[in-house]
Structure formats: C-alpha cells, structure tokens
Design a protein around this ligand. Structure first.
Ligand code: NAD
Length: 341
C-alpha cells in the first residue's frame, strides 16, 4: 500500500529519477520498501537488495510483480553486484530498532562497516551517486538541543547501543572518505525517528509497541517516567527527504526529521485515545543509554533540500493505525514497549 504525498508538480527532485536506475539496499525493510515504491512512482527502475534479516518480502508484495522492479536476495556484507547501469545507490541495509540490533549485534556492526564498503564500491564501479541512510543515533545521548549537523555527539563507544551508533559513525567516515577521494558522489542523511505502516509489531519501537498494546487492551508500557522526548517523522515525509537529498547538490550530512518534540507519555496517551482503548499506562525501567531528548535541527534540510515534513502527527498515527489494524497479530507476542527507537 502506497502513502504518496500530495501530487507534486514536476521539480528537480521528482524528475531526477525518471528513467534512472536505483539500487536500494534494505529494500524489504520498513523505510526501504516505501522508498522503492516512491521511486517506481517517479518512473525509476529499482533493484531491491536485502538478506531479509529484519525485513520481509511481504513489504514488497505490491512491487514484485510491478514492471521496473527487481529483487535480489543478497547479504551486502559480502561483495555483491547488479547487472546493468546504475544511477543511484541508496544504502539503507541495517537493523534499525534497538531490539533488532541487540538481537543482531555483530550483523549490525558488519553491515555498517563491510556492507557500507561494498555498497560504496558498487556505486564507484557504476559511477552512481551514493546515499547513506545514517541516523540521529550518531549524536548518542545529545548534550545540545536541537541537534544541528555540526554537533559531534555524545556516544558511549562500549555501551549496548554502540554496535549501531558506532557502525553508523564508521559508515559516515567511510562515505566521507570516498567523497574526499573524488571518485564517488556521496550524500549522508541522518534520519531521526520515523514511523508509519509496515513497522513490525515486535520491533520494540514506541509507535508500533503502543499501538499493538492499545489494540490488544493490554497495559501500554512507557519507559522511565515517560518525560523523555522523541520527534517523530511520518515515513512518506522521510522518503521525500531521502529523494531530495539524493537529487540535491549539497554534500554535507543533513538531518531528516520532524522538529516537533513529544514526550513518550504524551505519545502513549495520543495513541490510546486514537485507538479508543481503555489500556492502562504503566512504567518500566529505562533501557541503558536511552537518549533523554531527541530533536533535529532541520535548518540545513530546509535551506539546501527545500524539504520539511508536512504530515501532522495525528494524521500519521491514524494512517499507521489503519494499517496495523489489518496487519498486526491479534495476540500479544512483542516485548514490552520501550520508549525509544
Ligand atoms: P528495517 O529493519 O525495517 O530495514 C532494514 C533492512 O535492511 C531490512 O529489510 C533488513 O533485512 C536489511 N538488512 C539488514 N542487514 C542486511 C545485510 N547484511 N544485507 C542485506 N540487507 C540487510 O529498518 P528501517 O527502519 O527501515 O531502517 C532503514 C535504514 O534507515 C537503516 O539503515 C536505519 O539505520 C536507518 N534509520 C531508520 C530510522 C527509523 O526511525 N526507522 C531512524 C534512523 C535511521
């Protein structure tokens, strides 16, 4: 199911992908599958690459029969190739939720390191433009609010989240190295928390966890006292940002996220009201190194990409809920909700 933005007039962004070929690593994942759909809408040929570690072929069910889409089951930590010319490589492959990278710590480090190297080498060989899906986690538990791109972060290099945070920081270093060497045109986007249809009920992130619990009438489990904040960006907005970044001339890292901050307690209350659930809200211990605040400074995205999110939180939650009502298992299987992603 596609969640396109309002129809856009042809712009440099929307016309940049027509009749172009894009490789998307992590295509069977949450954001990757939406990106593939949007690229196809814009007239691109898309080659999706995924090893299905945390993604699902179901996410691509509408696309696999569509013209213009090819899927390869490949682990990008091993050198991989694609047949024919390639104009863009979008490198999204990586476990992304704290629960997933705790389950797959070594695979997370490897995909950030070897996976990024292999994807960069593919882009170099094909003379394609490369985009790294990095993350707000490169800022760790930030001491500066909101976080601008020039902030270098506050990361615990040996904590439980370091397999993800440091893998992405290394991936940024690798990407910058290819850019500086002059051989490859690269882009780095730091994605802040994104939500929407196709998040797994059991991936541990707050939005699907709270929705699942509210639908099941179970207690909604908020970590800590729920005063920690996140800023949540609807997936269609994030995808437009990825496309804008890939099309733009701007080469410095750029934040993509929604600067509207919300506490986890307020989010739980919003979701409970939207579902019309009578679930209680209960509190569980905060995970280690859980950031207390997360809020992007998106001045750079506004200035250089002409991008900002346009989906109101309630609309995005409603669209996510509509999808979850059809796709989430009725019985609880997920780990108690965490306040983070
Ligand atoms: P996801 O887990 O749904 O998707 C990741 C995909 O990568 C999965 O389909 C998985 O099977 C695939 N993958 C993992 N290792 C692989 C490997 N070695 N070879 C091939 N495929 C592999 O996660 P997502 O939320 O869609 O995140 C996509 C990207 O965006 C990730 O790089 C993530 O770090 C980044 N990101 C996401 C968010 C968010 O809020 N969702 C925030 C910041 C950054």
């Amino acid at each position: 199911m596609s969640y396109p933005q309002e129809p856009l007039p042809p712009t440099a962004v929307t016309s940049a992908f027509a009749r172009r070929t894009a490789v998307v690593t992590g295509a069977a994942g949450f954001i990757g599958s939406h990106l593939c759909e949007r690229l196809l809408d814009l007239g691109a040929e898309v080659i999706g690459v995924d090893n299905l570690l945390t993604g699902r072929l179901d996410n691509l069910s509408g696309l696999r029969s569509a013209g213009g889409f090819r899927f390869q089951t490949d682990d990008v930590t091993q050198p991989f190739g694609v047949v024919g010319p390639v104009d863009f490589v979008f490198h999204l492959a990586s476990p992304a939720s704290p629960l997933d990278y705790a389950r797959h710590p070594l695979a997370t480090l490897k995909v950030g390191a070897m996976g990024t190297l292999n994807a960069l080498e593919l882009a170099e060989a094909k003379r394609a433009r490369f985009l790294l899906a990095s993350t707000s986690e490169v800022y760790g538990d930030p001491l500066v609010h909101p976080q601008p791109e020039r902030y270098w972060g506050n990361v615990n290099p040996v904590g439980p989240r370091s397999v993800y945070d440091e893998a992405k920081r290394y991936a940024e270093a690798l990407t910058s190295c290819f850019q500086r060497s002059g051989g490859t045109r690269t882009r780095i986007v730091r994605i802040f928390n994104t939500y929407g249809p196709r998040m797994r009920a059991d991936d541990g992130r707050a939005v699907p966890a709270f929705i699942r619990q509210a639908l099941a009438g179970e207690p909604i489990t908020v970590a800590g006292d729920g005063s920690q904040t996140r800023s949540l960006c609807f997936v269609a907005d994030t995808v437009e940002g990825l496309l804008a970044a890939a099309a733009a001339d701007h080469t410095d890292p750029v934040n993509l996220g929604n600067p509207h901050e919300i506490t986890m307690l307020r989010l739980a209350e919003e979701i409970r009201a939207l579902v019309g659930s009578s679930s209680a809200i209960t509190f569980v211990p905060l995970p280690a190194d859980d950031p207390k605040r997360r809020c992007p400074d998106i001045a750079s995205a506004r200035a250089h990409l002409d991008w900002e999110p346009t989906t109101h939180l309630r609309d995005g939650l409603r669209r996510t809920l509509d999808w979850a009502e059809k796709h989430f298992p009725h019985q609880a299987t997920a780990t108690p909700g965490r306040s983070t992603s």
